[in-house]
Design a protein around this ligand. Sequence first.
Ligand SMILES: [Zn+2]
Ligand SMILES: [Zn+2]
Length: 255
Amino acid sequence: MKILSLSSGSKGNAYIVEHEGDALLIDCGIGPRIFKQRIAPFFPSAIRFHGVLITHNHSDHTSGLQAFLKSNPEVPVYANELTAESTGFETGVAPSAFVCFENGQDFCAGPFRVEAFSLPHDASDPVGFLVEADEIYLHATDFGVPVKAAGTRLSKADVATVEFNHETELLYASGRHQSLIRRISGPRGHLSNNDAASFIKEYASEKLKRVALAHLSQDCNAPHLALSAAQQALSSVSLGHIPVKVFSQNEALQL
Ligand SMILES: [Zn+2]
Ligand SMILES: [Zn+2]
């Protein structure tokens, strides 16, 4: 299984899960030009998209959805009912494009088995995903606290993408309005490096083969801070050998 981040962060998110030419897109918060540019070097021949999985209705995850569907009109958009409703309303994507799932229930999208689980975040009904093909992939970004529902899925995963949003000190020193700082650091905001590291420490299992850190704040985090937090957490539970990648806003990276 190949995981490709085309863009990761508050200015746009799009991730591809690929196995033997079959693929799912997770979120589509980038425009078609960047999408094509960034995917090309990794997949020189076409891949078959079997669906777009939507985590939640924030525009950094959905702004490019309509343009993607224009070039891929047959591809279904998988979302829970509340997310489908709000995403359709905000992006203009027709209700008929959506296939709704229930959080906590498995469904198939092409050859992939998918399960969505609830995450605490200030959107309609935000979720993370567990995607299974030859390996099991956990995708968890945009959540304020490291909830057990995500943790039990991390324990099953061979490959994982986890949000490492901000370094708490940098967030408090950022000069942002107090209410925004409270929102980001709150229980329905974004995961700090510290919280994400504890999450990995508590739930990563020996099954885990590789990890990516995602949705880093450009102002309130730095790749080396997130990376060292994750590596320390893994080392402390004797998993220091696991390779860690830091996904980027501005370039495509493969996990
Ligand atoms: Zn986001
Ligand atoms: Zn969000």
